[in-house]
Design a protein around this ligand. Structure first.
Ligand SMILES: [Fe+2]
Ligand SMILES: [Fe+2]
Length: 325
């Protein structure tokens, strides 16, 4: 696999931003898009990668640059919107709804791994999106939630998108398990804000585009406790803060920040999804291993006693209909 290029799938939301930044071109009929570096011949890229013309891919270095520019664009837009609203309900709603669309695209691909019922994908996905949106719209009554999500978006939109995806995976699992509706809202709140602690870390750590240095790693290990402190004081439901504190802990005590091994079930769920989403989503310093590899890692962690086997089994089943590794 060539790690110098990231393949961008058709319909990916970021395409719009890449268009805006003049980094790719479309055919006359817009039937395909191709990445181009300024001044570089498109054909050269295609031939070098031996890809179909429908593929769009972006060079790693350029993608990193784009991520930074997109963050700046996003912050400018947020500043503009927040200047118009108090509290900024509509701005946050738009941000979250866009992120839900991106997360739903990812889910669609995952569901297609379910060979038993691919035809049900659209129906199931529609249901999940509807329920997610209705749960999220209830969360909009909470001003602290709004402010927290905006702060995450301003700090690092990759973390923001990740937070929405984690919540959506948690919804899929919960609906599969038949968790009652009134429990979904606190779970979504907990999942969406589990990484709120990163907003207190140095920018260079949060937006790191290379493998973590020792210092970055130590900084990053602070975010569960920092998140816990914020959420403990802000929300009556103690589970919301607990998920933040425990989502990097492991059942065998090998996690951080404390090494606890008695973990709330939601912390276990979010912690497992954290690993999964980290491997499915692209990161600037490596290619995404993808869902099958991610499931293999979860199974390995379950075999090692780090995460619950029944939880991994139920999560994978909720996504792809059965255990596939
Ligand atoms: Fe985290
Ligand atoms: Fe996370």
């Amino acid at each position: 696999m060539n790690y110098d290029f990231k393949e961008i799938k058709k319909g990916e939301k970021h395409l719009e931003a890449y268009t805006f930044l003049d980094l790719y071109t479309t055919s006359d009929g817009e039937s395909f898009q191709l990445y181009k570096k300024a001044g570089m011949r498109i054909e050269g890229i295609r031939e070098a990668q031996d890809r179909l013309p429908s593929s769009l891919y972006i060079k790693r270095d350029d993608a990193i640059r784009e991520v930074r520019m997109l963050q700046q664009e996003m912050n400018n837009e947020l500043d503009r919107l927040m200047g118009q609203e108090s509290p900024p309900v509509e701005s946050t709603r738009v941000l979250i709804e866009d992120a839900i669309e991106v997360a739903a695209d990812g889910l669609k691909e995952l569901f297609q791994l379910n060979e038993k019922a691919p035809e049900k994908t659209a129906e199931v996905l529609g249901g999940i999106k509807n329920i997610t949106e209705s749960v999220v719209s209830k969360c909009f009554d909470d001003r602290i939630f709004l402010e927290n999500m905006l702060t995450v978006a301003r700090t690092d939109f990759n973390t923001f998108q990740h937070s929405i995806q984690v919540a959506m995976y948690a919804m899929v699992y919960s609906m599969h398990q038949g968790i009652v509706f009134r429990e979904l809202q606190p779970l979504v709140l907990a999942a969406m804000m589990h990484d709120i602690g990163v907003v207190f870390l140095p920018e260079k750590t949060v937006q790191s585009t290379s493998k973590f240095s020792k210092d970055d790693y130590e900084q990053m290990q602070r975010h569960p406790k920092l998140g816990h402190e914020v959420l403990r004081d802000a929300f009556d439901d103690p589970r919301i803060a607990r998920v933040s504190l425990e989502h990097h802990e492991r059942l065998d005590g090998s996690g951080y920040p404390i090494g606890h091994n008695v973990l709330h079930e939601w912390s276990q769920l979010v912690g497992m999804i954290e690993v999964f989403d980290g491997m499915v989503g692209w990161r600037s310093y490596r290619a995404a291993p993808g869902p099958i590899e991610a499931i293999k890692v979860l199974v390995k962690m379950a075999n090692n006693g780090e995460v619950s086997k029944p939880l991994v089994d139920a999560f994978c089943t909720s996504l792809v209909g059965k255990m596939i590794v």
